[in-house]
Design a protein around this ligand. Structure first.
Ligand code: BYC
Length: 337
């Protein structure tokens, strides 16, 4: 019997041990297949195929990084919020995003990679995070557009992830989605107020929607025929819907909501296709998407630089926490002796 999952095999094995390891893998695979067929959940201590673990780590760590880098465009506006109330709301939202990052790093850690390793990869520019956060937030109306469109796209993408087959990821998503709903409403409300303000304010809101619309649609990932991870991810019940399917749903939601705002979406080709029963939108610039993913978007360098600075500035906190933890361990040892 061949050993399927090398992670479960220690370095030097006798033929008997090898046989036992192969049996464990076969049993593990059978259990994994059953869980997938029943659409139930895999937990951290369960056997899982190495590729499933790798793909989850890939997606969850990227997701965590997105939450952390995603704090930047909005944090830039905290000091310039137009009122104390707006400042308090925006601060709470940005703090929520930090919390989402923490839940997600914790979920990713259960798969065997430490938060330090993930953070090092981000800081070294080796890790992905959502393309959307490489665009600048130019005016206060951008806080509205980010909340409404970006958090709206995030909810659309993440509600199905609440049913992801990996327990810690799915559970983290439940809380994240609840908080994202509040975020989207606050964005919508900012835009609504501006859209009902002076002609200049309404124009500012429209301009923000015009700039964030296409990048928000690209958050759902490349078109289905150019999405190398989708097939496996859907077979493993991580993703429930394809990138295009979710993008189409999102467009349908936004079409209704933009009417309430009294604004327009910068896309004259949006239509509901009666044959497919799907919303369609105009072409997106996938070359721009590729450029952003390659690190050449409008703010990629600035976002990473800021994250590096924040990491360096926080070194004393990590050192203090480690020194305190070491002290506690020593105390325990002394107490036990
Ligand atoms: N940006 O095969 P595909 C938030 C990559 S934060 C960058 O379709 P998959 C918020 C993709 O990773 C919300 N990269 O991949 C925070 C893959 O590269 P690798 C963030 C992208 O995984 C603060 C390659 O392209 N949400 O809401 O099947 C303030 C091919 O793609 C993007 C999440 O992270 C992109 N947009 O599907 C405010 C959701 N799209 O890994 C708000 C969780 C694709 O092979 N993630 N790529 O090197 C997912 O749902 C899925 O990973 C994706 C992509 C739908 C994004």
């Amino acid at each position: 019997m061949a050993v399927q999952n090398l992670q479960s095999v220690p370095a030097e094995l006798s033929p008997e041990e090898l046989e036992a390891a192969a049996q464990r893998d076969a049993d593990g695979q059978a259990n994994f297949d059953r869980v997938m067929a029943e659409d139930s959940r895999i937990e951290p201590r369960d056997w899982m195929p190495a590729d499933y673990r790798k793909s989850l780590l890939r997606q969850i760590s990227q997701h965590a990084h997105s939450e952390i880098i995603g704090m930047q465009p909005e944090a830039n506006w905290i000091s310039r919020a137009p009122s104390l109330k707006r400042k308090a709301i925006l601060m709470a939202k940005v703090q929520d995003e930090a919390g989402h990052g923490l839940y997600l790093y914790s979920a990713a850690e259960t798969l065997g990679q430490s938060r330090d390793e993930m953070m090092d990869a981000l800081i070294a520019g080796k890790a992905r995070y959502s393309s959307i956060f490489n665009y600048p937030a130019r005016t206060w109306a951008d806080m509205g557009a980010i909340g409404w469109l970006v958090d709206g796209a995030a909810i659309c993408n993440q509600v199905p992830l609440c049913r992801a087959s990996y327990g810690p990821y799915g559970r983290a998503m439940v809380r994240v989605c609840k908080e994202e709903s509040f975020h989207q409403r606050q964005g919508f409300e900012i835009l609504l107020e501006l859209a009902n303000g002076t002609a200049e304010q309404k124009q500012m809101a429209q301009d923000a929607v015009n700039r964030w619309y296409a990048p928000a649609l690209m958050m759902f990932g490349p078109p289905d025929d150019d999405s190398p991870n989708s097939r496996e991810s859907m077979a493993w019940n991580i993703k429930r819907f394809s990138n295009d399917e979710l993008r189409s749903r999102f467009v349908g939601m936004m079409v209704e909501q933009v009417r309430v705002l009294g604004l327009t979406l910068p896309d004259s080709e949006i239509r509901f296709n009666e044959d497919t029963k799907k919303w369609e939108h105009g072409p997106l610039d996938w070359n721009e998407f590729k450029e952003v993913l390659a690190g050449r978007g409008p703010c990629n360098a600035q976002r990473l630089e800021r994250r590096r600075e924040a990491h360096d500035d926080g070194a004393w906190v990590r050192e203090s926490a480690a020194a305190y933890a070491a002290k506690q361990v020593n105390k325990q040892k002394e107490y036990a002796a």
